[in-house]
Structure formats: structure tokens, C-alpha cells
Design a protein around this ligand. Structure first.
Ligand code: SIN
Length: 283
């Protein structure tokens, strides 16, 4: 059982998520506090902090509490002068990024990031919520016999399978950029069940955005099994849904969760800064 001396934690749902109260993320020098934040992220899988004010440097420092911000990045534009800060921005006539699908960030790479610090700058009056699903809760809900079967399987994750080609279509030199991205990101294989290195909990490691197929099964068998697994993540019991406000920070464990950004706010302005962090070996 985890114990906390310094953090004031309000669980968000029984299975996933917590709001951390009374913490100013701009000033987290104390190693005791940093250690409790790491412990809370492992336990609750996604942490929410309201009313935060962070410069890009301070957001990068927050990411460093949990890992190395220089690890794998997606295809979002970067903040000027800050190569590790990704800018997720939607505005009238702007680009859409295809994050309205359940995904593990960059699971199409051999060593995906272990987590993310997402900080809201502009949020529509309604809509644009982000949801997280617990991959450990999904694993634990399955019958033992199915857990054992899944533990023997591996799945192919691929950039090409993702929603990202739709993003490249919107760019002027999109065909060329897409061809390069595809050549740079060849498909990788991950186990279908992984063990979280911090908690020791088992989790289901497939997601509809990037998991193409399960090895050793026919296409029909693979599609049917993946559809079944993806459907488990749809269960509201395993989800936390964040209604953003300006100056909210969400930090998630990218090993133990999947996430989904709702696309229900037309072309209203929505702007967040994202810093992913990782380790030399995610698992
Ligand atoms: C993402 O990191 O997938 C985007 C999340 C969001 O825009 O809410």
C-alpha cells in the first residue's frame, strides 16, 4: 500500500487517475516531493494539476522529474527555441492531428516514451476533453485462461497503420514527408502483455492507432482478437475523462495507459504544450 507524507491526493476514479492538490509544479525542488510524484504517477497512471503557470523551461523541468525529455517525439510542430516542447494546436483552417483515436504515444517505435506532461494554454468553452484508459485494469478484468494465452503473443505496431498519414495529407510537401517518416519508422514488434517495470503489474499493450496485427494469427483472427481487446478499453469503468481548463497540467504514464483526445469542438482554438519523457529502455 502506498503512503504519502507530502502530497494531497484526490482519486479521480477507482481504477485510474488522481488530482494532486496544493502543488505548484513551477517549484518542485524538494526530492521528497519529486519522489512522491513518481510514486503517485505509477499508482494512479494519470495525474491532474489545476491552476498551474509554467514557462517552457519549467515544463521541461517537470518532465525531468519522471524521465528524459529528449526521448522519442511525434510529428507535432515544436515550440520555437525548445526542441523538446511539442505544440498541439487546432484553430480555424489549421491542421488536425489524428489524436482522436485510442493510442499509446509512439508505440510504433522500439522504445516509446514512458510518459508525457501536457499543459493547456487555450481551451474551447466546451469540448476537447482528453480521456485515458487503464491498460492494467483491462488486463486484470480478463479471465485467467485468456490472460495466459495473450501472454504468449506478440503484435506488430506500425507508423503506417496510424492516423498520421491523414495529417501529412494536409501539408504542402506531405507526400515527401510521409514517405520519409515511413522509411524512418519501420514496423516494430511488442509483446501483447507487458509488465510495468515500476509497479510489476501486467498490462495489455495494444492500441487501435498503431497496432496493426498479432503475429502468428491470420488477418481475420488477428482483427477479431484486436477488436475484442480494443473494446475492453471502451469500458467507462477503466477510463478517466479530463475536462480541461486553461492552465491545467496532465501527466500520464505512457506504459500503463492509452489516451484519446476528443474531436468535438469544430475548429475552435485549442492549444497545449506537450513534453514527452522516456528512458533508455521503456520496459
Ligand atoms: C496526445 O498527446 O495524444 C494529444 C492529447 C490532447 O490533445 O489532448
Amino acid at each position: 500500500m502506498s503512503s504519502y507524507q507530502l502530497l494531497n491526493i484526490e482519486p479521480y476514479t477507482p481504477n485510474i487517475g488522481a488530482t494532486i492538490l496544493d502543488v505548484d509544479l513551477a517549484h518542485i525542488g524538494d526530492e521528497g516531493l519529486r519522489s512522491e510524484l513518481r510514486q503517485a504517477l505509477a499508482q494512479y497512471q494519470v495525474l491532474f494539476f489545476r491552476k498551474q503557470t509554467l514557462t517552457p523551461e519549467q515544463q521541461i523541468e517537470v518532465a525531468k522529474i519522471f524521465g528524459d525529455p529528449d526521448k522519442a517525439k511525434a510529428f507535432f510542430p515544436r515550440l520555437e527555441n525548445y526542441k523538446v516542447v511539442e505544440v498541439i494546436e487546432t484553430k480555424p483552417a489549421g491542421h488536425r492531428y489524428g489524436v482522436d483515436q485510442w493510442h499509446v504515444d509512439i508505440s510504433f517505435s522500439a522504445n516509446p516514451p514512458t510518459g508525457t506532461v501536457l499543459y493547456s494554454q487555450v481551451i474551447p468553452p466546451a469540448g476537447g476533453d482528453t480521456l485515458w484508459g487503464s491498460s492494467t485494469a483491462v488486463f486484470e478484468s480478463l479471465p485467467k485462461s485468456l490472460q495466459l494465452y495473450l501472454e504468449e503473443l506478440e503484435a506488430v505496431h506500425s507508423f503506417e497503420h496510424s492516423g498520421w498519414p491523414g495529417y501529412f495529407d494536409q501539408l504542402e510537401n506531405g507526400d515527401e514527408l510521409y514517405r520519409k517518416a515511413r522509411a524512418d519508422h519501420l514496423p516494430v514488434v511488442h509483446p501483447v502483455v507487458r509488465t510495468h517495470p515500476v509497479t510489476g503489474k501486467k498490462l495489455i499493450y495494444v492500441n487501435p492507432n498503431f497496432t496493426d496485427r498479432i503475429k502468428g494469427l491470420s488477418r481475420q483472427q488477428s482483427d477479431a482478437l484486436l477488436s475484442f481487446l480494443f473494446a475492453q478499453f471502451q469500458r467507462p469503468e477503466f477510463q478517466a475523462r479530463l475536462r480541461w481548463e486553461k492552465n491545467t497540467v496532465a501527466i500520464w504514464d505512457n506504459r500503463a495507459t492509452v489516451h484519446y483526445a476528443t474531436n468535438d469542438y469544430d475548429s475552435q482554438h485549442r492549444l497545449l504544450h506537450r513534453v514527452t519523457f522516456g528512458e533508455n529502455q521503456a520496459f
